[in-house]
Design a protein around this ligand. Sequence first.
Ligand SMILES: Cc1cc2nc3c(=O)[nH]c(=O)nc-3n(C[C@H](O)[C@H](O)[C@H](O)COP(=O)(O)OP(=O)(O)OC[C@H]3O[C@@H](n4cnc5c(N)ncnc54)[C@H](O)[C@@H]3O)c2cc1C
Length: 356
Amino acid sequence: MMTSVLIVGGGVCGVRLAGLLRARGVSCILAESRSTLGGRVRTERYETPSAYADLGPAWVWPHQPRVLSLLRERSLPTFEQHTAGQLVFQDEHGATRRFDMATMGGSLRIQGGMLRLVESLAEDLEAKHLWLDAHLQRLECTDAGVRASFRDGRTLDVAQVVLTVPPRVLAATVSFEPELPSPLRNAMLGVPTWMAGHAKAVAIYDTPFWREGGLNGDAVSHCGPLGELHDASPHDTSAGALFGFFGKPAAWRRAHAATLQDEVRAQLAALFGDAAGRPRTLSIVDWAQDPLVATPADDAMLREHPRYGPLPPADGRWSNILLFSGTELAPTEGGYIEGALTAAERADNELAERRR
Ligand SMILES: Cc1cc2nc3c(=O)[nH]c(=O)nc-3n(C[C@H](O)[C@H](O)[C@H](O)COP(=O)(O)OP(=O)(O)OC[C@H]3O[C@@H](n4cnc5c(N)ncnc54)[C@H](O)[C@@H]3O)c2cc1C
């Protein structure tokens, strides 16, 4: 029997959608280009000291109903972003001052890191639903539905396809036969992928020693390379961690690739004291250099949250066969984990509607 639905992209949206379809008894395959699930969710785990670092998303917020109820349902506890203490401000010359303020109060983190949510959602699937290392290259309309062709030579014939890859990445990397209507293709290329131009650094220490010095781990810097920093320590302070978003754009980061680690260490020392310049581990992920997340159009870091929403319809032969999803197409909370879950529910409803 032909598989009903191919879901492309094993981020939060794709994994959640696969679980929802399975619960309704719809046969599906989830195809993910990487060898692991999560997409923009990436939690690195360390042994000594025992710690973890969210190199992609770290926060959820109290106004987001879907993610909070899933976390409750799956017994994944959250804790509040640490805010007690002072923020460090660094001017363009590198001079620092302290302020009685915190910038991310009320944000929630998941104990053990964001990947725990993805791992829990993946428990809803069976191995037979999952194609890892499956990079979609081409979709072709056939008399029976769609033929999907993957980079490693695999093909799959399905009735419908849900694409959860960021629209800009999709338009730039996947070919369609017949071609998608040009208003749709242009609209896809115009959707900025949330956080795709950013890079994140996480430094792991034995303890969150800056707290004893009256600092909360927040910093704002006009000199860089990091522009915005926060405490990223585990809830039980079994280790210390600081993370920062780079304030410098992708082109600067590429040009400084060889010295980036040293520059970050020097800045951490300037902000939080000499010990901060000697982390046990320093991990840096530059999302702008990840072709599964970013295109050259994403090099410029977004300063404001885009207005996300649906694309123009995939009409003609593609109507009722293709469905575009993923957080960038969510009607609310687009760009966020909550948006990815909303988009998954919406795609599930739409597929159920089409079957009626
Ligand atoms: C640095 C950073 C910080 C962030 N911080 C937050 C935060 O604190 N809170 C928050 O809510 N959100 C945050 N976000 C956004 C959050 O990560 C996204 O909203 C969410 O992960 C998107 O999930 P998704 O499934 O829609 O897309 P993705 O996670 O992008 O999943 C798409 C998947 O498609 C795969 N793929 C791509 N091309 C192909 C192909 N051709 N074939 C097969 N598979 C393919 C990719 O590998 C990926 O796994 C952050 C993002 C970044 C990068």
